[in-house]
Design a binder for this molecule. Sequence first.
Ligand code: ARG
Length: 456
Amino acid sequence: MKVWQKRFGQRENLPVIESFNASIDQDSFLYEEEIEVSLAYSRALAQANYLSPQELALIETGLEKVKARIKKGEALDRFEDIHSAVELMLVEEIGEVGGKLATGRSRNEQVATIERLYLKKKIPSIIDLIRKCQLSLIDQSEKYFDVVVPAFTHLRPAQYVLFSHYLMAYFWPLERAKSRLDEALRRLDKLPLGSGALAGSSIYLDREYLKKLLGFLSLTENSIDAVSDRSYLLEIAFDLSLLRLDLSRMAEDLIIFSTDEFGLIEISPEIQTSSSLMPQKKNPDILELLRASCGSIFGDVTNLFIILKGLPLSYNKDMQADKDPLKKMLAETEKVLEVLDLVIKGIKPAKRKLEKTIDYSLMATDLVDYLVQKGLPFRQAHRVVSEVINYAESKGEPLNCLSLDQMKQFSPLFSADVDLIFDPWFSITNKKTAGSTHPDQVKKQIELARQLLKRD
Ligand code: ARG
């Protein structure tokens, strides 16, 4: 059943073509937004005297009934899309007067409006889920504040840091994700309704009134742009992709650092699975799925780019293909964030192993700093310490086991206080810059993070 049937008289309906043209399977999830927009539109029509107060009341109750029917799960596959479904079901409810709702209105502007409305509803709940993960990260950072772990560059041990500093390194990408989504939300908060098919409407519609009814910040400025634009969707898709990219990196960290070989962290048993063959196995399947899940949204971004590439202004039916990415990217991101929060809550530092296996080579940079403090130029100090490391390696000794005399062969500046260096805690408390892993700085960082969350 279509809203434009008469144009082609008695032509044969080919089911394959009908279903290829239809988008009801992809866009029925937008029914609440479609009805909300229709309610607002009918009020604007009444305000402009295109509907009598009685007709408006009829349409309003009719739309509520349509909403209840769809909510109950009535099959909609006889309709072309959600716009036609609501319009035609309204006529089923209240008779031909329902057709007045379509006065001066085009699906081109409707679809752009309901998509924006949907994003306006959904993005704040994604931001809330991100905030939950951030809170869990802060709680974990406070809980394990005194734990020291090696941190890596090139996946080789580099320097010791506070475990909380490491955990908080995941907080900030999430903060950036929220701020990106916030900005994208502000940019998309414009109402296209009143743009007609592309040229605007010939009936007097108070768009400001529509804006107020639908809770938009402002109006789109150009009716052609309004029905052509999908940049708001791409922008959100990109922002969510970046978030999912960060989450996949985090998943990878947790996978690798929770192996027996690294043994730095423990993940909770609830997110592990075993093997159907090898009973000894504890596999991080959930983390692996998190790591892989960004592939799907990267595909959505590419899909949207390709749909829009080279499209002439204004509306083209190609744009109908944006519904699956819209729905999927939001639903998946919600799920991923819910899982991630549970993952974060279950992270523990593998303390015993950490305490047993101090890697003294990680203090090499502190040893360089020690010589620099004593007046040696940095490059020279770096050379001296490289020689000391080579020497220790040739002796098969860890760095801290060399005697003072042995060290003095490389520089007379080494004295008894060099022993202080061989302590991960010294290395950490010796950091002086803002944003470093010094415990005072990490405390500040956590405080700032908490304030930011409170301000949200
Ligand atoms: N279902 C369509 C979409 O999602 C609505 C717009 C159809 N407009 C048209 N002139 N065929 O894009």
